[in-house]
Unconditional design. Structure first.
Length: 255
């Protein structure tokens, strides 16, 4: 008798779980470059409010996310920090179409310390002990930072001061914590609600680097998921999303 009571309980719980799953809202998983972590929160929130489709966001450096995709990570979209990584993903058969540019990112110098001039020349000052940048091997903003430092003629003279974040997110932690005297990061970070009132920042002249073309791809997924990811992909190029991107300091391509 106790056995049958147990079997009945299992069947009832199974039915309840099945019903719960049947009514669960649709959901997509988005792999997002670290510079976009704040903007994507606002974009996905608005997208969900309009469509009912929930968004799970996985944030890391674009190079790290690319490695995860090669290993089979079940992401629906890849919102990258450049065109190189999503192009690689497409060429390896992991995306359904070539990447499309959704924004152009800009660099800033940022510091929590008062009295630090935010210029390339100031990086040479002995008062500047550590300079935080993203890892140029995995983070496009890190590669752009190195290019800017080289063009400014200071890179070879400050390499001993550089501390590398795995991504822009970790670079920001070094700056905000004061572990680095100054850092070079994405403008989207210093304009985010969480960080906009912290420290002082200055745009890096675009004559020193090319604004970072950021691309998105839809990844190869089952048909039901592809239908959902297409809606987010299209929304990323909508007027609502473009307005959010501009609020975070991105330049947006002409439609």
């Amino acid at each position: 008798m106790r056995y049958w009571k147990y079997r009945i309980l299992v069947v009832v719980l199974g039915c309840l779980w099945s019903c719960k799953n049947d009514t669960a809202p649709p959901k997509i998983t988005i792999a997002v470059a670290a510079n976009m972590q704040y903007a994507i929160q606002e974009i996905s929130k608005k997208f969900t409010s309009q469509t009912g489709i929930e968004c799970a966001v996985v944030v890391s450096a674009s190079g790290v996310l690319t490695a995860q995709l090669r290993q089979g990570a079940p992401y629906d979209l890849f919102v990258a920090a450049n065109m190189k990584y999503p192009t690689t993903v497409y060429e390896q058969g992991l995306a359904i179409a070539p990447p499309k540019a959704y924004a152009y990112g800009q660099l800033v110098l940022w510091s929590m310390q008062d009295g630090i001039p935010l210029t390339m020349a100031s990086l040479l000052d002995e008062k500047v002990k550590h300079i935080a940048i993203a890892n140029p091997d995995t983070a496009p903003y890190g590669a752009a930072t190195v290019a800017a430092l080289q063009k400014a003629g200071v890179y070879d003279r400050i390499t001993h001061k550089l501390v590398y974040g795995e991504s822009i997110a970790q670079t920001n932690q070094f700056i905000v914590s004061g572990a680095a005297t100054i850092g070079c990061t994405a403008q989207s970070a210093v304009r985010s609600p969480m960080l906009k009132d912290k420290g002082t920042w200055q745009l890096v002249a675009t004559s020193l680097y090319t604004p970072i073309t950021q691309g998105v791809v839809q990844l190869q997924r089952p048909a039901t998921q592809a239908v959902l990811s297409t809606q987010f992909y299209d929304f990323l190029f909508s007027a609502d999303a473009r307005e959010i991107l501009e609020d975070f300091g991105y330049l947006v391509p002409e439609l």
